[in-house]
Design a protein around this ligand. Structure first.
Ligand code: NAD
Length: 495
């Protein structure tokens, strides 16, 4: 493919039928089957993906096992550090192409995908800084002269990485980074709706010198390739990011050989605006806390709690901001919000918009699918519901689209009660000038990340994780790296 849209040249990588990356080679699915992948901004098929099944998963896990037990095992931590730095340089060189592939594949605007560059590069460097996490940790000598004791941390083995479609460029790196830093190997299965950036990344990893079989990428459906991978007895650890429904299946599938598991799931995060907040910052901050990536973000602050004294003013300003956002094909440099990833996901979002109305919430703005020149894509307006009660479906279930549910509150106690009255615990936000309120809510909201007077900021050194239905496991920080290692104690008799 070589067409240009908005003056952007489609990368040569996009098009044709892609293969699986197993043991350092590009191979078709054993069954010969493939399926279409679509640009959600236009509805056009942009490539075909190999449809992996059990046979391919067996091959990929075997390749990962052989690599784990091969020369990779002898790489020192500085060898792996140098490798990650080389990867950093290759990814930096090809980043514009990766961002463009991601935009064509899952719809996020170029302003967003290009904007991820510094974070992604920081993330790779963070993992480069963690390569010494394994090895001999604490040479002890508890009983001098009788025993020498060592504590060793060793790579856990073959990792199954299963990721969603909403931001694969980053999602894959939380897994690739920890795998390469610790000396594990991995089989990565990207989501069926957005696999291209993971496939292109596999080429770049190879170019940077990742040995054959250390990272394998298999495309396919969740119920076929995903479940075969999650159940595979040759897998030692599963790093899953996705929905709670699939997360439950993953945990069950892990039980066969007691795989280590992290399940990073959805959210219904509260974003709380107090009447002393600086609304010039809070309004765009809250709005983009919901609408960034067209609402397809696990941590989206979709339950917006606003103190009653400023409620009307806040709604007016939120409506004005939301209706000013430019929606369209993400290749257009002016566009702020792209499409929903697929027809299926669009139907899901529109269903929740209907349910919101039926349950008595007021549609303050948005709520419609966009037609005209955008009719072929899966575009929906940024949507604000007001008069929402926390027991309504739109306040309880994750919509994963650009839908804000706004509700008033009177006292801080009431706000905290509503904030924590949810099955999820991924994130939360607080907008206030009052330091005590900020601290009370940072401690009081039951969630893995709290933002004060900001939303969505992430630091790889600090990491990110959930609580309750949002799952368990931590991405980033030393804790995550440690979860790719197992621990052993060695006692040596010196007599
Ligand atoms: P999903 O659970 O449908 O799919 C996620 C991945 O699992 C895909 O690769 C899919 O093919 C695979 N899969 C599906 N069924 C499977 C099975 N039976 N066995 C093994 N694998 C299977 O989720 P989605 O719709 O792709 O993504 C949206 C969800 O991801 C939302 O709930 C969102 O909140 C969540 N998410 C969470 C985080 C986080 O860090 N907590 C980050 C991004 C997205």
């Amino acid at each position: 493919m070589s067409s240009t849209t908005y003056g952007v040249q489609t990368p040569a990588f996009v098009g044709g039928t892609k293969r699986l990356f197993i043991g350092g080679a590009w191979v078709p699915a054993a069954s010969g089957k493939a399926f279409d992948t679509v640009n959600p901004a236009t509805g056009e098929v942009i490539a075909r993906l190999a449809q992996a099944d059990q046979t391919d998963i067996d091959r990929a896990v075997t390749a990962a096992r052989q690599a784990f037990e091969g020369p990779w095992n002898q790489w020192t931590h500085s060898d792996r550090q140098r490798l990650l730095i080389r990867i950093h340089d290759v990814v930096e060189k090809h980043f514009d192409e990766l961002a463009l592939i991601e935009t064509l594949d899952m719809g996020a605007p170029l302003v967003r995908t290009r904007g991820l560059k510094s974070f992604l590069l920081q993330l790779i460097l963070f993992y480069a800084s963690q390569t010494a996490a394994g090895g001999v940790q604490t040479p002890l000598n508890a009983l001098p002269g009788k025993f020498a004791t060592l504590k060793i941390k060793a790579p856990v083995g073959v990792v199954a990485g299963i990721i969603p479609w909403n931001g694969p460029l980053l999602s894959q790196w939380w897994i690739l980074g920890a795998t390469l830093a610790t000396g594990c190997t991995a089989v990565l299965k990207p989501a069926e709706d957005a696999s291209l950036s993971a496939l292109r990344m596999a080429e770049l990893l190879q170019e940077a010198g990742v040995p054959a079989g250390v990272i394998n990428v298999v495309t396919g459906y969740g119920g076929e390739a995903g479940s075969a991978l999650a159940e595979h007895p040759g897998v030692d650890r599963i790093a899953f990011t996705g929905s709670p429904e699939t997360g439950r299946r993953i945990v069950r599938a892990s039980a066969g050989n007691f795989k280590r598991v992290s399940v990073e799931l959805g959210g219904k995060s509260p974003d709380i605006v107090f009447d002393d907040a600086n609304l010039d910052k809070a309004v765009p901050g809250v709005a983009m806390g919901v609408f960034t990536n067209t609402g397809q973000i696990c941590a989206a602050g979709t339950r917006v709690l606003v103190q009653r004294r400023i409620y009307d003013e806040f709604i007016e300003r939120l409506k004005a901001f939301s209706t000013s956002l430019k929606i369209g094909n993400g290749l257009d440099p002016q566009v702020q919000l792209g499409p929903i990833v697929s027809q299926r996901q669009l139907d899901r979002v529109m269903h929740y918009v209907d349910v919101g109305g039926q349950e008595g919430a007021e549609l303050a703005c948005g709520g419609r699918r966009l037609g005209g020149e955008l009719a072929a894509g899966y575009f929906v307006e940024p949507t604000v519901f007001t008069g929402v009660h926390n027991d309504m479906t739109i306040a309880r279930e994750e919509i994963f689209g650009p839908v804000a549910s706004v509700m008033p509150f009177d006292t801080p106690e009431q706000a905290l009660r509503i904030a924590n009255d949810t099955s999820f615990g991924l994130a939360g936000g607080v907008w206030t000038q009052n330091l005590s309120t900020a601290h009370r809510f940072a401690q009081g909201i039951q969630a893995g990340t709290i933002w004060v007077n900001c939303y969505g900021v992430l630091d790889p050194q600090v990491g990110f994780g959930g609580y309750k239905l949002s799952g368990y496991g931590w991405k980033g920080a030393a804790e995550q790296v440690d979860s790719y290692l197992y621990q052993k104690a060695v006692y040596m008799n010196l007599d």
